[in-house]
Ligand binder design. Structure first.
Ligand code: SME
Length: 319
């Protein structure tokens, strides 16, 4: 399931950048938590008079990363005994904390704090309090260290275990594009290349549960080469994610298929998907490429960008 937790550990730039690397984390936004005034600005928070704390809201898939692991990393990257201070910043807006929204989160946080306390002689300063409010910080604070790689960062971003890191999708896609060049061959029927392409994609991404093509026969979409579980053989143009991507001739990214009206669940385990229109060399739409995942929110603009590049290469071979 997709969940959210709000945490603080000093300047939000570094905390946001750190948690963005963690596998299972879908989104991290920087903001101000538990403010006494509505919509505080950065400068107002810095006065230390709003009661607000620089914090991040982490959206995560709990089937991939547990809340317990998120807390472990928070404790690992900050000074858990520092009061109103982290790195070069001092003041209540730089206090550390876990801001819970239900009893289960509170209980887990208190248990983890107790365990952490056993490792320190000084008192743990991470507060565990209910989340009263969370206001989005100004745009320039979002993804700050990505936009400003030399910006101030009090967090050692390397303190993440390799096994917990998100895969570098771009690197994998670059590899796929290289291999694809070797697979495309004018002497082969298009079907053979498409069959191999589905295998190539599924082989490179363990998070892809189903990869396949649907073609059009002018009346509906019908199943083409694919890798994965047995799937629906036909899809009407006005049905499912595939039908919509085909009719609207645009890529559709569905972060949670259960929330997409009319989604066709060929595999009940699927939780997110991306569907892209498939064009031939005359720029006529002839079908779609559908990729599914058991993970929530597995696809984003990077998948769209690279899968479009993959299909652009393929289309030269399609009549
Ligand atoms: N989920 C798709 C149907 C195809 S299967 O996922 C393989 C859709 O809603 O169009």
């Amino acid at each position: 399931m997709i969940n959210k937790i709000v945490l603080a550990g000093g300047c939000f730039w570094g905390i946001e950048a750190f948690f963005r690397q963690l596998d299972g984390v879908i989104e991290v936004i920087s903001g101000y938590a538990n403010s006494k005034i509505k919509k505080p600005s950065y400068l107002e928070v810095k006065t230390q008079r709003t009661g607000a704390v620089e914090a991040v809201e982490i959206t995560y898939d709990d089937s991939v990363v547990s809340l317990s692991k998120i807390f472990d990393y928070l404790f690992k990257i900050i000074d858990v005994t520092a009061v109103d201070h982290q790195g070069g910043d001092y003041g209540t807006s730089y206090r550390s904390g876990i801001y819970f929204q239900n009893e289960a989160e509170q209980e887990l946080a208190l248990t983890k704090i107790k365990q952490e306390q056993a490792r320190h002689s000084e008192k743990i300063a991470v507060e565990v309090v209910p989340l009263d409010n969370f206001y989005l910080a100004e745009d320039y604070h979002q993804d700050y260290l990505n936009k400003n790689p030399d910006g101030y960062c009090h967090i050692n971003l390397e303190r993440i275990d390799e096994k917990d890191k998100k895969i570098d999708k771009q690197k994998v896609y670059e590899q796929i594009l290289l291999v694809l060049d070797g697979l495309l061959d004018r002497k082969l029927p298009a079907l053979s290349m498409m069959a191999n392409l589905t295998a190539l994609l599924k082989e490179h991404f363990t998070t892809f549960s189903w990869v396949g093509f649907y073609y059009t026969n002018e009346h509906e979409l019908y199943l083409g080469p694919f890798q994965g579980k047995v799937a629906c053989e036909t899809i009407a143009f006005n049905r499912g994610v595939c039908g919509h991507a085909f009719s609207e001739q645009k890529a559709i990214i569905v972060k949670d298929v259960h929330a997409f009206p009319g989604h066709i669940a060929c595999d009940s385990g699927s939780n997110s998907e991306i569907v892209l229109p498939l064009f031939n060399k005359h720029d006529k739409i002839i079908g779609v490429l559908d990729v599914d995942s058991y993970r929530y929110a597995n696809f984003d603009h990077i998948d769209e960008l690279y899968l479009t590049r993959v299909l652009d290469k393929l289309k030269e071979y399609l009549d």
